[in-house]
Design a protein around this ligand. Structure first.
Ligand code: PHE
Length: 406
């Protein structure tokens, strides 16, 4: 029945009006593809970790950064949003964007959710890898479960001066106004030093992964938890690809967890996007494939070896449209439909696109038409199989979303 609590790792979470996580999505918890030996996401994790370890080594060559790759994806709304100063009315909190377990818990929408707690534990240098969950469109580069890496590096006044062999102040005696290029609490000098170190570190990482010839550019960006903020884009296969977001951590965040004497940077990146570019993986669903034809291509001794994925062969797509009237008496978002299609069709769905939206001039009712592209990654689908699936999707949509099939 619907009132039964959601059970994850033996812990019961009561349902409420926020609950929107589906059994299909819950089934991904624990798969931890980034920890599966010889999986492309795991190779990439190791490559990134190696870069951290060699770039910042201690006196005896010991790693300075702590690496976490097994933090559980169930987090509180406080961890995912409040602790990062994300405003109460920010769109990223909405039920149509996140998988809520209930009002208090959700599946993390970014690995940044762990930043405050790790800092409060006393860590100054760390990197977190993990699975992340977001309701989103469906196509070859989006999947509701994906993986991220997040990193933080902090220092206090002394450490910063040591690093640059120069005496500078980190904090203003009295906060200034906020400028586009620095926070009120930081001196311009300190802010610039941290910015430079961050950018040099990330360029180094990009070159470590893609080689020295890679073309890149910085663009100004915005995140509630960093200021200033940037995005790093690389020029790859004839277009600019957003690789990561980064910036100087908001002073308020550090103060809230007892690190108000520190300044530092943070960045976060999506592992699939990076791996798709690095290994020429054409479809994000492949990261969930158990097919040995896929996995064996990443069975390398040396993680730094460049692997170029070769598709075994491509099976033909099957295209089918579906049209329905939206319900008049309850909320509807396209993401509700996408989740339903995923639950019924699983990985046979390559893409869904809203191709037409029509509002009846007199009645005011709205109808949507979606185009569904069906494609199996490892065989040819028969028309019969697709028709059955399509029918099942129509039935489930009529039943669960109260839409009227046209
Ligand atoms: N959490 C951000 C995202 O998911 C990335 C980010 C992390 C940006 C840390 C800045 C600092 O897009």
């Amino acid at each position: 029945g619907h009132a039964e609590p959601i059970v994850i790792r033996g812990i019961e979470y009561p349902r409420d009006s926020f609950t929107n996580v589906t059994p299909k999505i819950l089934s991904f918890i624990g798969k931890n593809k980034h920890n599966q030996e010889k999986h492309p996401l795991c190779l990439l994790k190791k490559r990134i970790t190696n870069y951290f370890y060699t770039r910042f080594a201690g006196r005896t060559g010991n790693p300075i950064f702590s690496m976490y790759d097994s933090i559980h994806p169930v987090v509180t709304v406080h961890e995912n949003f409040d602790s990062l100063l994300i405003p109460k009315d920010h769109v990223s909190r909405s039920k149509s964007d996140c998988y809520y377990i209930n009002e208090k818990y959700l599946l993390r929408a970014h690995t940044t959710a762990h930043q405050s707690e790790l800092i409060s534990m006393g860590l100054d240098n760390f990197v977190v890898f993990g699975d992340t969950y977001r309701r989103d469109e469906i196509d070859s580069s989006h999947y509701p479960v994906f993986h991220q890496a997040d990193s933080v590096r902090l220092c206090n006044q002394n450490q910063l001066c040591m690093r640059i062999q120069n005496e500078i102040e980190v904090f203003e005696k009295k906060p200034t106004e906020e400028f586009s290029y620095k926070q009120p609490e930081h001196t311009l000098d300190a802010s610039k030093v941290v910015e430079q170190e961050l950018k040099a570190f990330l360029i180094g990482l990009t070159e470590h992964l893609f080689g020295k010839g890679i073309q890149y550019k910085w663009t100004d960006s915005y995140f509630p938890f960093t200021h200033p903020s940037w995005e790093l884009e690389i020029y790859f296969k004839d277009s600019w690809l957003e690789l990561l977001g980064c910036g100087l951590i908001r002073h308020q965040i550090l103060k809230n967890v007892g690190a108000g004497d520190r300044i530092g940077w943070a960045f976060g990146l999506g592992l699939e996007r990076l791996a798709m570019a690095l290994y020429s993986i054409p479809d994000i669903r492949l990261f969930w494939s158990e097919d040995p034809g896929f996995l064996c291509q990443f069975d390398v001794e040396d993680v730094n070896k460049n692997v170029t994925y070769k598709p075994v062969s491509e099976y033909p797509p099957c295209i089918n449209d579906i049209s329905f009237w939206l319900p008049e008496t309850q909320e509807y978002s396209s993401n509700d439909f996408y989740d339903l299609v995923r639950s019924v069709g699983g990985d046979l769905i390559e893409q869904i696109r809203l191709i037409d939206s029509f509002t009846h001039p007199k009645k005011g009712t709205t109808s949507h038409c979606y185009r569904i592209v069906y494609r199996h990654l490892e065989k040819t689908l028969t028309q019969e199989e697709v028709n059955q699936l399509h029918k099942a999707i129509e039935l489930a949509a009529a039943e669960n979303l109260q839409v009227k099939i046209r």
